[in-house]
Design a protein around this ligand. Structure first.
Ligand code: TRP
Length: 335
């Protein structure tokens, strides 16, 4: 028999989700909930590692991200959505795991390194931020997840998780913890509207799932194309042209897109015509999501109730895993 897939993923609630999240993991989650046991975590504790001065912002965005989840089709009947801070076992497990990780290893983690650079943390990185991959290992293992759909930049996290799992099981002669496999999305990364390699809130180059049709239009009109394509009659470049990158992903009419590419390369096709097409394509994709989101946003309490219900389910599983972990560590004091 094939082993049952248990999935854990999550997002830091520091802002609403954008198209980069969609192609990176949301699309996968909507698909995988049909065949797997899936947990999706609102990673508010992880968000605090760099938003600890703005807790009200994290609190507000827990709801925004929950709305995004349900609006894109993550179905709470099929997927268990929960709040990280309501599972104290994750924090407890993190403390146990820290013994298996060296500070040098954390400093070398490529994901952490990149983020430290982007945020200008340098030598003054907090202990909390530096160890967030350990906390992430706790997120994954507390529900014994064996599959983690991630964007390509999160691969080192899974590697780090499995190192901890193996070290723990070896040290305590146990098989309590389960190794996880990464599942990288087909389109790992979506570039931002400025053509930079990654769409992200902090780079200010994102199109949000909750953006209005007008906002989407405005952002597409600013989109990076080919800086040498000045007159309509000039031949233009398709590679690295953000408008084409997006059309390739979101435009269902692939034949038409292929023709537009040819025409653009020859010359005689203007950026504005292309951008207008992309605006239509993106709004056709986002309209049903926006509609659902607006409907759900009318009753935020109902959405939170769904999340609390998922959290209660996760609490049961977390307590079970913690009991096994403590037994393996000779910390099972009361029988
Ligand atoms: N690090 C992820 C992010 O940046 C969120 C996250 C926390 C996560 N724990 C996880 C993702 C475990 C996958 C698995 O948004």
């Amino acid at each position: 028999m094939k082993e049952k897939k248990i999935i854990l993923t999550g997002d830091r609630p520091t802002g609403p989700l954008h198209l980069g999240h969609y192609v990176g993991t949301l699309a996968n989650r909507v698909k995988l909930q049909e065949t797997c046991m899936q947990y999706v975590m609102l990673a508010d504790v992880q968000a605090m590692t760099d938003y600890y001065e703005h807790p009200e912002q994290v609190r507000k965005n827990v709801l925004e991200v929950a709305l995004d989840y349900v609006a894109v089709g993550i179905d709470p009947q099929k997927t268990t959505i929960f709040i990280q801070s309501m599972i104290p076992e994750i924090a407890e497990l993190t403390i146990f795991y820290l013994n298996f990780v060296t500070i040098n290893r954390l400093r070398r983690n490529p994901t952490v390194k990149t983020e430290m650079q982007q945020k200008g943390m340098g030598e003054n990185v907090s202990a909390g931020f530096l160890m967030y991959p350990v906390s992430q290992a706790a997120d994954i293992t507390i529900v014994k997840a064996n599959l983690v759909p991630v964007g390509g930049d999160q691969l080192p996290m899974i590697e780090q998780t499995n190192e901890i799992v193996r070290a723990f099981n070896r040290t305590y002669h146990s098989d309590v913890l389960v190794e996880a496999e990464a599942l990288v999305a087909q389109t790992e990364r979506l570039s931002g509207i400025d053509g930079k390699a990654k769409m992200s809130k902090s780079l200010g180059n994102a199109i949000y799932l909750s953006d209005s049709a007008d906002e989407v239009a405005k952002k597409v009109m600013q989109m990076y194309t080919d800086p040498d394509h000045i007159r309509v009659s000039d031949p233009g470049k398709v590679e690295g042209n953000t408008v084409f990158t997006y059309l390739d992903i979101f435009d269902p009419d692939t034949q038409e897109v292929a023709q537009l590419k040819q025409q653009y390369q020859k010359g005689g096709l203007g950026d504005v015509v292309l951008k207008k097409r992309l605006i239509e394509v993106l709004n056709a994709f986002l309209d049903p999501i926006r509609e659902r989101r607006n409907e759900l946003a009318k009753d935020p309490q109902a959405v939170l109730e769904v999340v609390y219900e998922g959290t209660r389910k996760t609490q049961e599983v977390a307590q079970q895993t913690m009991a096994e972990v403590k037994k393996a560590m000779c910390l099972d004091y009361v029988k």
